[in-house]
Design a protein around this ligand. Structure first.
Ligand code: 7GP
Length: 826
């Protein structure tokens, strides 16, 4: 791997540690100061929640100078910045991460103890913001951490939703219950609302001609107010900005209506405006297409584009925006921000008087698009009527982009029926993925296989017409949060093994652990860390979920959103089959490898089969965990409300990780990377980044099973009949029969009828076809697990060989292949 963008050597040379800012005693004083003047409590009155806010503000203050300097260097220097446009940033708790990156962890621990608190209680007092759904949102959070850590000037732009992803509980029947997540209920010390850097965002109305110029006369506007979060880099002295917009009304309320006591009427405009940033859509890889969602998308990209112009051309009434693509490059995180393309065209033409061709040139140079899915239903398509109503000027611009596009394709000699298929604007609807591909410089998938499939299938016509636009950047995860903070025991052992902690900013150094996998003593230490993490998770689960877990069992985990393509159904059917085998005595007691199976998954509230799968898992859990016949041999837990905090606790404790999607459906996966880096072995299909993980860690250290993409395609083409598989494997038949006969529904045979019917007649993601291979490989897994030394050797080799999956490496690839920029000079 090479890279010659300016400043690459920054990573490779010694990174200067932040000047140790304060002593513990000084830091304790700073916390006291915050308690006194901002929390208005004495140290004696202070609760853990008070100290959390005070300490957070004290850390934030420490970052201020580096933040100002980074901003000034960003604007005044000549290094192009990155603007990461994302509808989701799933950040996780902030305090510990900020302390780590600011180099204040030790001072904090001592200071807090001096104030009479346990550091852990203070850190735990933070409420986790849930401003994302899953992989896409967490990736954005890892990327802004890596950008800052590499010293690349960057802005994250998104929405500060009042309500994040719903909180998940289960009712007495095991059904998912969603409750609103009002995460701003308590003081939130990280975001600073900046009323003086607001932007006006308008909607509706009509387009008229005035003096030969198109003029948009909007019907209503909202005030976009930025809330700034500091994004400190690890040991980089750089602090970037995450700017999340919140919507406010210009008309507070209608006084006339209020005087007539029509309170609801009076606050209507305010409600309408504030609704825009009220709630995160709880959808992941499923269809949405709601008007409010388009309002949200336009709201944040319009505000962000204007903000970037304000930042880079301060005070200039007539800036030379032909230089804009040299100042900043915008990455569109999936199709959610793609309305930014016509919006930048509109700004350039209508607000700054550029001609169409100049505006188009600037726009294409400025944007790039990342696709995160392979499911056709997840590619956003907006009804033209809706865009016309909400953004009439943009619809005109999109029509004109489409005209120019079709002409260009004709000029390339492309056949009419191909052009027909490729149209951005069909007359009825607008295809946002196509607009993004045409309106930007680069398109990337998120793993090698995914990027290839985009070129071969999803965006084939585009790849044929514009082959050089397409590239790949394999996802990554930040080792700071997901190894250092999540797994301090392993982090210490790695540092001991390598003799340095530099691996935290150059993760490929983990390779240095490979020889240690031959050293039985080191492998035993590694095993002891895993055992300690399991023990700690038992305590965590007791505290948080009130469950008892036997730590002398294999910890086997499947955590991710609930979706048919991810195939939680495959896992639960295998669990049921195992349960039946134990019950029937098909396996003898000493043959059974004791296992605890953990699931964590939220289902989109309107996704019927996904919710039914959750209910099934919960009820299998009830039956299995209460059956004395399997006690000590098999336990199943559906842990509620999977989030970043749970991930940080569960992943380090996991021994076997499940990545069992149907080949060709999971774009990348990032959980798979976190597990491998934390020393779990993976059982998985050849899908997404699993392919690359297996290549890196070695086929002998990965449990591969199931059909390949080609086999899947062939089976679809030949006509797939799931019932055949049900009849062919008695283990599968028995498992499905137990679901159908009421074993997990108190005898009610109807409870799971829709799920069973789907399996037997449709099974779009071929769960049944892969069942036998999946059940078979369990024997291999269990055999290896019985040899703990060998198991742990392989797990250690997973850690040692997963350095590639750092989000720092992903960002380096973006810099080299797409953004063509690099770190700021000092
Ligand atoms: C996810 C993909 O499902 C996952 O495979 C990938 O690792 C992750 O993005 C990051 O690239 N997609 C989403 O979370 C999502 O919401 C909507 O996709 C199109």
């Amino acid at each position: 791997k090479s890279g010659n963008y300016p400043g690459r050597k920054v990573r490779m040379t010694e990174i200067t540690a932040p000047k140790s800012p304060v002593t513990a005693a000084q830091f304790a004083d700073e916390i006291r100061e915050q308690l006194k003047y901002t929390q208005n409590v004495t140290p004696e009155q202070a609760t853990a929640a008070d100290v959390y806010v005070a300490a957070s503000k004290a850390v934030r203050n420490h970052l201020a100078d580096a933040w100002f300097k980074t901003q000034a260097d960003t604007v005044n220097g000549n290094t192009k910045a990155v603007g990461y446009f994302s509808a989701e940033f799933l950040m996780g708790k902030q305090l510990e991460n900020a302390l780590l990156n600011a180099g204040l962890t030790e001072q904090f621990d001592e200071a807090v103890e001096a104030l009479g608190f346990q550091p852990k209680d203070i850190v735990d007092a933070e409420y986790e913001p849930g401003l994302g759904n899953g992989g896409l949102g967490r990736l954005a959070a890892c990327f802004i951490d890596s950008l800052a850590s590499l010293g690349v000037p960057a802005f994250g732009y998104g929405i500060q939703y009042k309500y994040g992803i719903f909180k998940q509980t289960f009712d007495e029947n095991g059904k998912q219950v969603e409750t609103p997540d009002y995460w701003l209920n308590n003081e939130e010390p990280w975001g600073h609302i900046d009323y003086n850097r607001d932007q006006k965002v308008s909607f509706g109305g009509e387009v008229v001609e005035e003096n030969g110029k198109k003029v948009w006369k909007p019907a209503w506007s909202v005030r976009a107010v930025p809330v700034d979060y500091l994004v400190p880099g690890y040991k980089s002295q750089r602090v970037n900005t995450l700017r999340l917009w919140t919507a406010k009304s210009y008309d507070e309320f209608d006084l006339l209506a209020f005087n007539r006591s029509e309170y609801m009427e009076a606050v209507k405009p305010q409600v309408k405006a504030e609704n825009i940033s009220k709630i995160l859509y709880p959808e992941d890889s499923t269809k949405v297409g709601k008007e409010l969602r388009l309002e949200q998308q336009y709201f944040f990209v319009s505000a962000s584009l204007h903000d970037a112009i304000r930042v880079f051309y301060p005070g200039e009434a007539k800036p030379d925006l032909t230089t804009f693509p040299n100042k900043i490059t915008f990455q569109l995180n999936d199709t959610h921000p793609v309305i930014g393309i016509p919006e930048l065209m509109r700004i350039l033409i209508d607000e700054y008087d550029y001609d169409w061709d100049t505006a188009w040139d600037i726009t294409v140079k400025t944007f790039n698009y990342t696709c995160h899915t392979l499911l056709p239903e997840a590619l956003e398509v907006w009804p033209a009527s809706l865009i016309g109503e909400l953004l009439p000027r943009h619809l005109e611009i999109i029509e004109k982009i489409n005209e120019q596009f079709e002409d260009e394709l004709k000029g390339k000699g492309i056949a009419d029926e191909t052009i027909e298929r490729m149209r951005i604007y069909t007359g009825d609807s607008v295809r946002m993925a196509y607009l993004a591909t045409y309106g930007g410089s680069h398109v990337n998938g998120v793993a090698e296989l995914h990027s290839q499939l985009l070129k071969d299938m999803t965006l084939k016509d585009f790849s044929d017409a514009y082959p050089t636009k397409f590239t790949n950047v394999t996802n990554g995860v930040t080792p700071r949060r997901f190894v250092k903070l999540a797994n301090p025991g392993l982090s210490d052992l790695i540092t001991e093994g390598l003799g340095t902690d530099k691996w935290l900013s150059d993760l490929e150094l983990l390779q240095g652990l490979v020889p240690l996998a031959k050293d039985d003593e080191f492998v035993k230490k590694f095993a002891a860390v895993k055992a300690a993490n399991k023990h700690a998770f038992v305590g965590f689960a007791k505290d948080h979920y009130g469950i008892d877990i036997d730590e002398n069992t294999m910890f086997n985990t499947m955590v991710k959103r609930l979706h048919e393509y991810k195939r939680q159904a495959l896992k639960i059917l295998a669990v049921i089959s195992k349960y039946a085998a134990i019950k029937n005595g098909t396996v003898s007691a000493d043959e059974i490898l004791p296992r605890t199976v953990f699931f964590g998954a939220k289902a989109a509230p309107g996704y019927y089969l996904a919710k039914m799968t959750i209910q099934l898992i919960n009820n299998v859990s009830k039956v299995v965990n209460n059956d004395p016949d399997v006690k000590g041999k098999l336990a199943v837990h559906m842990l509620p409300n999977y989030n970043i905090e749970m991930a940080q606790n569960l992943i380090p404790a996991t021994e076997l990780d499940e990545q069992i999607s149907q080949a060709g459906k999971e774009a990348s996966g990032t959980g798979n990377m976190k597990f491998a880096l934390n020393g779990a072995l993976t059982v998985g299909t050849l899908d997404g980044a699993n392919v690359e993980i297996r290549e890196k860690v070695g086929a002998e250290n990965f449990f591969l099973f199931g059909m390949t993409v080609d086999e899947v395609e062939k089976l679809y083409a030949d006509g797939y009949d799931p019932a055949k598989y049900y009849e062919a494997d008695p283990r599968l038949k028995q498992a499905i029969d137990l679901v159908a006969n009421g074993t997990f529904s108190n005898g009610d045979r109807n409870a799971y009828a829709p799920l069973v019917a789907d399996w037997l007649t449709k099974d779009w993601f071929m769960t049944l076809a892969d069942f036998s291979a999946y059940a078979d490989i369990q024997a291999e897994i269990e055999k290896l697990y019985r040899d703990q030394l060998e198991w742990n050797r392989k797990a250690l080799l997973n850690v040692a060989n997963s350095g590639y999956f750092s989000s720092d490496r992903s960002i380096e690839d973006y810099l080299e292949r797409i953004w063509h920029t690099g770190p700021l000079a000092d």
